[in-house]
Design a protein around this ligand. Structure first.
Ligand code: F6R
Length: 243
């Protein structure tokens, strides 16, 4: 595992954006696995800037998002599909047919999960998977416990995660959907490269657990240590316990 610790969150975001940009620039058919959340906002902003400066072209890029809330449609401002539109997709040259986010309002959610897995396979698998880490140690929405061989599925969101994500829901955790669709840990581990980014002292304890604690399905982020090509980018604050 390649662990990079930067002096500031901005440097961490810059390094992450550069790694994604390299994948887009040097892979003829880039397939990106994307994440949402506060950490990713600055990274997408940097990618959009690079695109606007004509340094990046997303025409050949396909993307698959990690997760989506059950019950929220693409036009719901709290959905992850909406988030992606707002932060990345509407600013760069990716067509809708290249963009994949699990459909949280599918009539048959299990079928939707199977369809999502098949679409990833059809695209040739994910080249670079971007990850954040939640307070429960989740990657995607793989809440404890999540089997390391789990696949895209419907999950029940932990109360801690619903509180963590309540900012978008008027700070009311009860308004955060109880269920989500998420790529499984096994799905994530099949990406050719993993890139996990965490900043801020609020992430320090869980980053320490993920990097130093026992490999275990109660902290799904520990699974990234099983991957052959994984980069973790932290700022000093997120690395403060680990170091
Ligand atoms: C979101 C996702 C989550 C977040 C994690 C960190 O698509 O997969 O695992 O990456 O909850 O979220 P922030 O960055 O908001 O702390």
């Amino acid at each position: 595992m390649n662990i990079i610790v930067t002096d500031s969150p901005e440097q961490a975001f810059r390094k992450a954006a550069d790694m994604i940009a390299c994948e887009v620039l040097y892979n003829p058919h880039p397939v990106l696995g994307l994440a949402t959340g506060r950490t990713m906002e600055s990274i997408y902003r940097l990618l959009v800037k690079q695109y606007e400066a004509s340094d990046l072209d997303f025409a050949a890029t396909t993307s698959f998002n990690l997760d989506e809330y059950v019950g929220l449609s693409a036009t719901d401002p709290n959905s992850y599909r909406y988030y992606m539109q707002e932060h990345l997709f509407e600013h760069v040259n990716m067509s809708t047919s290249q963009i994949h986010v699990p459909n949280g309002i599918a009539a048959d959610l299990d079928l939707e999960c199977a369809r999502y897995e098949a679409a990833i396979e059809k695209a040739g698998g994910i080249g670079l998977q971007l990850l954040g880490i939640g307070e429960t140690g989740h990657i995607g929405f793989n809440e404890p416990p999540s089997a390391f061989n789990s696949r895209t599925r419907v999950v029940h969101l932990d109360e801690i995660t619903r509180r963590q994500n309540s900012g978008m829901f008027g700070n009311d955790p009860t308004r955060v959907p109880e269920h989500a669709l998420t790529m499984g840990v096994g799905t994530i581990l099949e990406a050719r490269k993993l890139l996990l980014v965490a900043v801020g002292k609020g992430k320090a304890a869980i980053v320490d657990d993920a990097l130093n604690g026992p490999l275990n399905e109660n902290v799904s982020a520990t699974a990234i240590r099983l991957h052959q090509d994984c980069t973790v980018i932290l700022d000093n604050a997120a690395a403060s316990i680990w170091k």
